[in-house]
Design a protein around this ligand. Sequence first.
Ligand SMILES: CN1c2c(nc(N)[nH]c2=O)NC[C@@H]1CNc1ccc(C(=O)N[C@@H](CCC(=O)N[C@@H](CCC(=O)N[C@@H](CCC(=O)O)C(=O)O)C(=O)O)C(=O)O)cc1
Ligand SMILES: N[C@@H](CCS)C(=O)O
Ligand SMILES: [Zn+2]
Length: 794
Amino acid sequence: MNKKTMRYENGVPSANTADVDKNIMTHNLGFPRIGERRELKRATEAFWNGSLSLDELKSAGAELRRQHWLLQKQSGIDLIPSNDFSFYDQMLDMSCLLGNIPARFAWDGAAVDLPLLFQIARGSGGAGCACGAHTPAVASEMTKWFDTNYHYIVPEFHRATTFQLGAMKPFDEFSEALALGFRTKPVLIGPLTYLYLGKSHEVGFDRLSLLDRLLPVYEEILRRLAGLGAEWVQIDEPVLALDLAADWQAAFPAAFQALRGAAPSLKLMLATYFGELRDNAALAFRLPVDALHIDLTRGGSEFDSILDRVPENITLSLGVVDGRNIWKNDFELSCAFLEKARQKLGAARMMVAPSCSLLHCPVSLRNEESMDAEIREWLAFAEEKLSEVTELSQLACGNGNAMALHDNQVAIRSRLGSARVHRPEVKRRSSAVTPDDSRRASSYSVRREKQRSALRLPLFPTTTIGSFPQTSEVRSVRRRFKKGDVSEADYISFLKEKTAECVRFQEEVGLDVLVHGEFERNDMVEYFGESLDGFLFTANGWVQSYGSRCVKPPVIFGDVQRPRAMTVDWSTYAQSLTERPMKGMLTGPITILQWSFVRDDQPRRETARQIALAIRDEVQDLERAGIRIIQIDEPALREGLPLRRSDWAVYLDWSSEAFRISASGVRDETQIHTHMCYCEFNDIIDTIAALDADVISIETSRSSMELLGAFVTFDYPNEIGPGVWDIHSPRVPSAEEMRSLLRKAVAVLPVDKLWVNPDCGLKTRGWPEVTIALGHMIAAARALRAEFRESVYA
Ligand SMILES: CN1c2c(nc(N)[nH]c2=O)NC[C@@H]1CNc1ccc(C(=O)N[C@@H](CCC(=O)N[C@@H](CCC(=O)N[C@@H](CCC(=O)O)C(=O)O)C(=O)O)C(=O)O)cc1
Ligand SMILES: N[C@@H](CCS)C(=O)O
Ligand SMILES: [Zn+2]
């Protein structure tokens, strides 16, 4: 968008049309529910551990909702969302609302309450079920929400699936808000997105065929909301930013006709986000809705064509404030979009909003008192973004604050020109990378023999993914250290003690390749962010990752380099305690990139390469220090894929190059592992193979080894550790369960390529369950070793 298309008077966009002084409505698509001090996390976990009652948990939720509605009102938002709150996940809430409860949870048909919802999310029965009365039921699968670091609970579908109104949440929350004086806009995941993002395991069954059974429940929901006094309802269909097959596209018009017909008095807002509409734009315009929300932070290039085609009866909601990043909005750029829309549509037919729900942003900059003052000026979190929306709406209709625009532009220019952002030596090194820097010296088959003689591991070698329980003791000592209440020397010696205990435990339980436990890390990305130049970390910038779990993504504001070794001391200390191989543990460049807030003043591929070079230096330092196995985790590689397939090749090219730059600077004997979790591997299996890691550990247990299929079909050349324990569930699987998962793996993969490990790191688990589960895992591996030794070594 050309800034010159706007007219300014005294620095404020001029308002010289008939629309002057007409308000442009503002709205929000969703607010972070976790709370600015993670109040929801604390309350939920307290309920799980029995120290908070259900009523107290519900009150904590209600208090957060009240605060958030009030805050949005005070920020000047006209249409405030409801039902964006969730105690766990909005997709799981939809499954409950639609009465789609997996049969193994023995739902009795009464309104789904929180305990049942949590069982679906976390599994029930066995060691994990506090009440002890439930039969073991495996949790529903969890996977990434589009290209974000948020995880949703995957709806399960069968030929026999039926739907019925199963919960009252959107109605209760709408009424609750109304009683407080807020006539909110309830948010629902749309029927197509709900079906699309679910899964069926039945061969030949197409979940789209469930639409006819699903729609009547949506119709009932809309009727009820209208009956309660709702004026607007937001229906999220983010799948419209994906490549949709013709049958999915074709399903939209009739579905929306049904929704429209159900409650003619309701205004329906179709919300799309995370990308351009492209070939789905014409379809979106044909739908009988009152407003269409588009994401202009990602779909700006198609804005003109959208504007040309938007039907007369549709209001366009312009998502100009980035809900996926933390940079201050560039008001000049946004006003240019708004001005164009105003000229074409008029103020009455447009709205201003964030690009998507603010779920993916930290709550407020208010709590960042100690943040670097210069950089703070460049940022806007959820609360500040709402003010931006309001200010933009005022600027766009000519009654904006000239100072607001001026200050905004000063901040934007200050970042672009800051010497803190640019390091010439980093740029020089990055541009001097050659193809040799991203290739191991020898082929995998040569490396494999050298590594086998060097490491002498048994058949089915056992290992873990890196982290061991981050107990409240560990976290609270770190907290006291950060506050200055514990000295650095005491903190280090505490961590050494934990590491030593962990090494002893691993030897005793019988693991073959050990890890140091990652006790010194608050998080696998934040820790590296704290050690690298070009990163800023926040004090309270929490973002929900799944359920009660949060992350604090660092902010990459400038050129990245490694001032000193980051992990070598911990790995060498841990190695000094054991004869068994100690795996060095690193987070890969794409995962660091993907789970940070990334600078937007240069291409992501350039930032990725800078991080890759920093990690490469660390890998080489670990090797020099005698570490023979190094794991470079890349769980976010898949998540970073562009949503449209035509954009994949470019991303896969630079992202796999970044991984290989980080991994290729070592000798043949050094074994490089990687790890990926909570993603589908099928569509990028060739890229995964091209990473050329000697060993990959992957999450497979929740899907009962289904995710291994891609590796089998592709004839994956290197070694694989399919996860046998779903560490996101408190349920501890038996040795027999793990053994049967391993049998599935040996049925399809060569036994001498298989490793045995959990799905992911153990940081969220407690020591008692880790002790039992790893004992079971070792027993399962030993049983298989006994079974297969003869056939392999014969
Ligand atoms: C592997 N995963 C990760 C993702 N993204 C990341 N950035 N990191 C990941 O590991 N995405 C995909 C998956 C998602 N999985 C998880 C798993 C676990 C968590 C998690 O446990 N998060 C923690 C917060 C972690 C952290 O940063 N902790 C800090 C702060 C500790 C803290 O809360 N201190 C308390 C005091 C504690 C006490 O006194 O008992 C306080 O400050 O009040 C630290 O360890 O120092 C969580 O608790 O949610 C996230 C994603
Ligand atoms: N090494 C990390 C990987 C998580 S994806 C861990 O074990 O927690
Ligand atoms: Zn993982």
